[in-house]
Ligand binder design. Structure first.
Ligand code: UGA
Length: 432
């Protein structure tokens, strides 16, 4: 099939490349000329394991193209995927849909034959209805169909998540588009992926409800971890004990710092804002947002306690600053709250992240990027393991440190407390 992906951000690029790999002809379009130039040179602007190889393979076999010419790309395609950003509106909590509607207007101007217009971006309930309205101003409804096909890709695992999805959700209000979408996904369906067809509005809500539920699960275990710390219980026993109940499931029950990234914080806010618009109070999700926003301060209070409330001039090393491992993404990472706060209190901060220097800390006083683990921890008073990169999972701390031993605060529960304490380190972790 001939596909056009509007927007070569995370969603558009990963999905476009993966669709090309399944045998489709895909044009990835972006108005950012620099981005397209990079891609034409075989360079991928985002950090995602395996993506560069897949881009180059499919570009060479000519199934994948990159362009800035939106009009032409729309004209030659059968299915148009809208993959533009839907960030939180400035000063509010609802999603900013301006890029979605401008894409819909562009499509309307170049609609030369029947096309399916698919929203892959995360969009609030009724966005599909609004896109349909825009198209109906110029075209008969026989000439197009608007479908919702949310993505469930995780950063760092995106190619695997696309290739082996738990489910494919297609929200369409007509049979023709459902048939064509089912056909598009048939290589994945034949390998066992569940394909479900719902109303368009239901598909839009499935995406938000899924992200909000996962965020709730994490927040729930984070609060249970707080209780574990006060009752001398290991939260990991709780996660295993709860997770083995099939009704609960063990995934996304890892306690840690506040959840971050480009999706959970934004989507939890957007779903409550949509619900408010429809006079529905999503009080559970609202308290999840509050609890998560408070979590960085909670962990900072623990840092102060570990340092006996003497933060000034303390040397603190962060191992990992991204919101999770296998990504260079800093969006809503809890390190963005922790590092500036500690810096304000006079701490001297060094950080090492496998994805290198972060511009976010450029203007923060006394924050230094170090490009190797060993140097980053030398002379430290406290080492905070903030992100669960594999690089940090088998550090021999004893060999690493000369002279004075530092305190370790493992916010990802990577290490066994007894093992590390037996090596003579003071060790703290989450909920145990
Ligand atoms: C999330 C969803 O998992 C994807 O299904 C969805 O497609 C994506 O958002 C999106 O809407 O685009 P992502 O933001 O890449 O994916 O990252 P996750 O792996 O879900 O992690 C989010 C946050 O939760 C991270 O800060 C992570 O450290 C934290 N987390 C995750 C925990 O603290 N504990 C866990 O057990 C799992």
């Amino acid at each position: 099939m001939k596909l056009c992906m509007i927007g070569t951000g995370y969603v558009g690029l990963v999905s476009g490349v993966c669709f090309a790999d399944l045998g489709n002809n895909v044009i990835c379009v972006d108005k950012d000329i620099k981005k397209i130039d990079l891609l034409l040179k075989g360079k991928v602007p985002i950090y995602e394991p395996g993506l560069t190889e897949l881009v180059n393979k499919n570009y060479k076999n000519k199934r994948l193209k990159f362009s800035t010419n939106l009009k032409e790309s729309i004209k030659v395609s059968d299915i148009i995927f809208i993959c533009v950003g839907t960030p939180t509106k400035k000063g509010g909590s609802s999603a900013d849909l301006s890029q979605i509607f401008s894409a819909a207007k562009e499509i309307s101007l170049s609609l030369n034959k029947f096309k399916i217009i698919v929203t892959k971006s995360t969009v609030p309930v009724t966005t599909g209805d609004q896109i349909e309205k825009i198209l109906k101003k110029r075209h008969s409804s026989k000439k197009f169909s608007v479908v919702s096909n949310p993505e469930f890709l995780r950063e760092g695992e995106a190619i695997r998540d696309f290739t082996y999805p738990d489910r494919i959700v297609v929200g369409s209000n007509d049979n023709k588009s459902n048939r064509l979408m089912n056909n598009l996904y048939s290589p994945l369906i034949s390998k066992g992926a569940h394909y479900i067809n719902t109303s368009r509005r239901a598909a839009e809500l499935i995406k938000y409800a899924s992200n909000a539920f996962l965020a709730t699960k994490i927040t729930f275990i984070n609060e249970i971890a707080n209780l574990c710390e006060n009752t001398d219980i290991n939260v990991e026993d709780i996660s295993i004990g709860m997770g083995l109940d099939k009704r609960i499931g063990g995934r996304f029950l890892r306690a840690g710092p506040a959840y971050g990234g480009s999706c959970f914080p934004k989507d939890t806010k957007a779903i409550t804002s949509t619900a408010d618009k429809f006079k529905t109070n999503l009080s559970v999700i609202k308290s999840v947002i509050k609890s998560n926003e408070n979590r960085s301060n909670l962990l900072l209070n623990k840092v102060y306690k570990i340092l006996n409330n003497k933060v000034k001039n303390k040397k603190i090393t962060f191992l990992g600053v991204t919101f999770k491992a296998n990504t260079d993404d800093m969006r809503d990472s809890s390190s963005l709250t922790m590092i500036p706060t500690l810096s304000k209190k006079g701490a001297k901060i060094r950080y090492f992240d496998p994805t290198g220097f972060k511009k976010e800390f450029l203007k923060i006083k006394n924050v230094l990027n170090i490009d190797n683990i060993k140097e980053s921890v030398q002379g430290a008073d406290l080492v905070i393991i903030h992100t669960e990169w594999n690089d940090f999972k088998s550090i021999n701390f004893k060999n690493l440190v000369k002279g004075k031993k530092f305190i370790i605060y493992d916010m990802r529960n990577i290490y066994s407390p007894t093992k590390i304490r037996n090596q003579g380190f003071k060790y703290y972790s989450i909920g145990r």
